[in-house]
Design a protein around this ligand. Structure first.
Ligand code: BEZ
Length: 297
């Protein structure tokens, strides 16, 4: 899930031809930034599919278990919120009746469409707007699925309100994203590295709630929460901390000149090496997942 900004031209789920989108093949984000006070806030990212697959191809792979939790049925219309380039969405499409993907990144949506999937550009926090514009239809979906997307959207209440509008009564909202403490080592190292290189602090870019916090938001948003749990999932990084930072580190690097960005990234890698790299040279990140299944009341 990214924070791209262009408008969609693609089909909507009430179009009988629509059939869906595929998932994250991003990578190598080039972020744009603005400055709020002395805090740098990253606003949007462009992703490179090839380095995404090399550095963090495990994201869609590990999302397969969330599909099992959704258990899509052959007659159902399912929305994939944060579909990326459609790798996982394609699998969802093979199990559900019809699937429609949304993602904030125009490049990812284009990649999903190239796979023959149905997708359009909609930011997860702006679903209500898309309904008003007639690009999505309220009360039309049997289920909303999301994997590794919601931690990019701090406006969680807006996401939940939009999902509630889209679902039929009794519809399911099932997903997984980063939970409290997720990638703590990498986050701290990136914040510290900026400070060590004398650059201004960056706003923390990700939303990693506890199960209790997210359950409260879901209940307040009109959902009956059937399952919500945090689980620690140490995650091997095929290209180490450097590869992870290349792909996901741009909220901390995108506002810097190339030399400073390289120096900050190198310092962050050095800081996390002691906890993330074993004696065989294998790297493992401290991933924490928040998984949930809720029903629209
Ligand atoms: C995650 O999948 O947990 C994640 C991805 C990018 C940045 C932060 C967390």
């Amino acid at each position: 899930m990214t924070t791209g900004e262009r408008a969609s031209t693609s089909t909507s789920p009430d179009n009988p031809d629509f059939h869906l989108c595929a998932r994250h093949t991003h990578v190598h984000a080039r972020a744009r930034s603005r400055v709020r006070g002395s805090i740098v806030v990253m606003t949007s990212y462009d992703w490179n599919a090839q380095t995404y697959a090399e550095n963090v191809g495990f994201v869609p792979e590990l999302g397969r278990t969330v599909l099992d939790l959704l258990d899509p049925q052959g007659h159902e219309l399912v929305l994939d919120l944060g579909c990326g380039d459609g790798v996982l969405t394609a699998e969802l499409a093979s199990r559900a009746g019809r699937v429609h993907g949304i993602d904030a990144s125009p490049d990812m949506v284009a990649a999903a469409q190239d796979r023959g999937l149905d997708a359009q550009v909609v930011h997860g926090a702006k679903i209500a707007e898309a309904i008003t514009e007639g690009r999505l239809v309220a009360g039309s979906f049997d289920a909303v699925f999301t994997n590794a997307a919601l931690h990019w959207i701090p406006a969680a209440q807006d996401v939940i309100a939009g999902v509630h509008q889209l679902l039929k009564p009794g519809g399911r909202f099932v997903g997984e994203f980063g939970g409290h403490g997720n990638v703590a080592s990498l986050s701290i190292a990136l914040h510290a590295a900026r400070r060590l290189h004398g650059v201004e602090p960056a706003a923390h870019p990700w939303f990693f709630p506890t199960a209790a916090e997210y359950e409260e938001l879901l209940r307040a948003g009109g959902f009956d929460v059937r399952l919500i749990e945090i689980h620690h999932r140490p995650t091997p990084l095929p290209t180490g901390a450097a590869g992870w930072i290349e792909t996901f580190g741009d909220p901390f690097l995108g506002d810097l000149d190339a030399d400073t960005a390289q120096a900050v990234a190198a310092t962050a890698v050095e800081l996390v090496e002691v906890s993330m790299r074993d004696s065989h040279g294998n790297w493992t990140a401290d991933y924490v997942r928040l998984r949930f299944a809720a029903v629209r009341i």
